[in-house]
Design a protein around this ligand. Structure first.
Ligand code: SAH
Length: 352
């Protein structure tokens, strides 16, 4: 039975499910889940990401983390971690760029937090000369200094959606309409965790909550607080959610999220206020990706790389630079927030 038909019979028997449950099943079902079964990245996949667009992204993230490591007294050994490493491209670019930083590579113990068996295989190929440790979850990260990157990781975590009804909330659910999957609304229920949203919303507004986010941020930030370190979170989103941001991407185009569960990528914008609230250590100001990369020197790096390029390759390089930084492309939609230990300044490119 296809995943769609399995979902339909489950809903017919047990009733509607939350958007979070739907995302969880569509992304991670062991047989047909989107991430569980394939490598979705790149031109032949469904979407592309900053490290796949240009090597400059991983290089600059690497230099940012290495400088943060130096600023914290170059602790050894330390955990060099990535959450949701995709194809391993960012980690490979990061490791190449940080070779010039004495002691960094020797002290780094590489940990990759990845649930997808298909992507773990891809990561092992990309990082064949390394000896990474794969983890299922952040709770298994070692108790030692932690320098971490998570690019487009938080957006893949399942979200719940709530529609304001008077001074209460109704959860958006997925049920059936004439035997097809369809959105609907659950009963009015008390949602004490959302009471602060009564101040800035109106009847009919939709807000989102990502239940998996706070536990992950708490785990990461507790290690940073206790052992020192920095965590960089890069994603699309903003400070405080408002409106429906659930999106499906198939073949680089927006798709109906309910049309073919397991066949399209499902994500939601990240609410960075929730990241800040869950952090047990200081967090940086939320900063647009374009501003962050420019402060880290992407203009110089792009010019340096351009000197060795000609014709079509040069054009592609200039387009990639624009895509990462320009406010009309990823420069403004994507934001960066760092979690950092108090023993040193925030990472380069970011402010307290
Ligand atoms: N960071 C990569 C890939 C982004 S796609 C890049 O920028 O190219 C999202 C990644 O997160 C994939 O590797 C996916 O398998 C992984 N992922 C999604 N949910 C996860 C979870 N709950 N735990 C660990 N990894 C997860």
């Amino acid at each position: 039975m296809t995943l769609r038909n399995r979902l339909i019979s489950q809903i017919r028997m047990h009733g509607p499910i939350s958007v979070a449950d739907y995302m969880q099943i569509a992304l991670m079902d062991p047989k047909e889940g989107y991430y569980a079964t394939r490598d979705p990245l790149g031109a032949a996949g469904d979407f592309t990401t900053a490290p796949e667009i240009s090597q400059m992204f991983g290089e600059l993230i690497g230099l940012c983390l290495a400088q943060s490591w130096l600023d914290r007294g170059a602790p050894a050994p330390f955990t060099l971690a990535e959450l949701g490493p995709g194809r391993g491209t960012l980690m490979a670019d990061l490791l190449r760029a940080t070779r010039v930083v004495p002691g960094f590579y020797a002290a780094a113990q590489i940990h990759l937090v990845e649930v997808s068996p298909a992507l773990r295989i891809k990561q092992a190929e990309t990082l064949e000369d390394e000896d990474p440790v794969w983890l299922d979850r952040v709770t298994a990260l070692p108790a030692q200094p932690l320098f971490l990157i998570a690019n487009e990781f938080l957006d893949a975590l399942p979200i719940r959606q709530f529609l304001r009804d008077d001074a209460h909330w109704r959860e958006r659910q997925i049920g059936l309409s004439e035997d097809a999957l369809a959105f609907g609304l659950g009963p009015v229920q008390p949602q004490p965790a959302l009471s602060f949203r009564l101040e800035d919303t109106q009847v009919g507004d939709l807000v989102e909550d990502c239940p998996g986010l706070a536990p992950i941020i708490a785990e990461v930030s507790a290690r940073i607080r206790d052992h020192g370190g920095v965590g960089l979170f890069v994603d699309y989103g903003d400070w405080r959610s408002l409106g429906d941001t659930l999106q499906a991407l198939h073949d680089h185009k927006p798709a109906d999220p309910l049309a073919a569960p397991g066949a399209a990528d499902l994500t939601a914008h990240v609410d960075f206020e929730a990241v800040a609230k869950a952090a047990l250590c200081p967090h940086s100001r939320l900063t647009p990706q374009g501003v962050f990369l420019e402060r880290l020197g992407i203009v110089d790096r792009a010019q340096r790389l351009a000197e060795d390029l000609q014709a079509g390759v040069l054009e592609a390089h200039v387009a990639a630079f624009r895509r990462l930084t320009h406010p009309d492309e990823m420069g403004n939609l994507f934001k960066v927030m760092a979690l950092y230990s108090e023993d040193a300044a925030p990472p380069p490119g970011l402010e307290p």
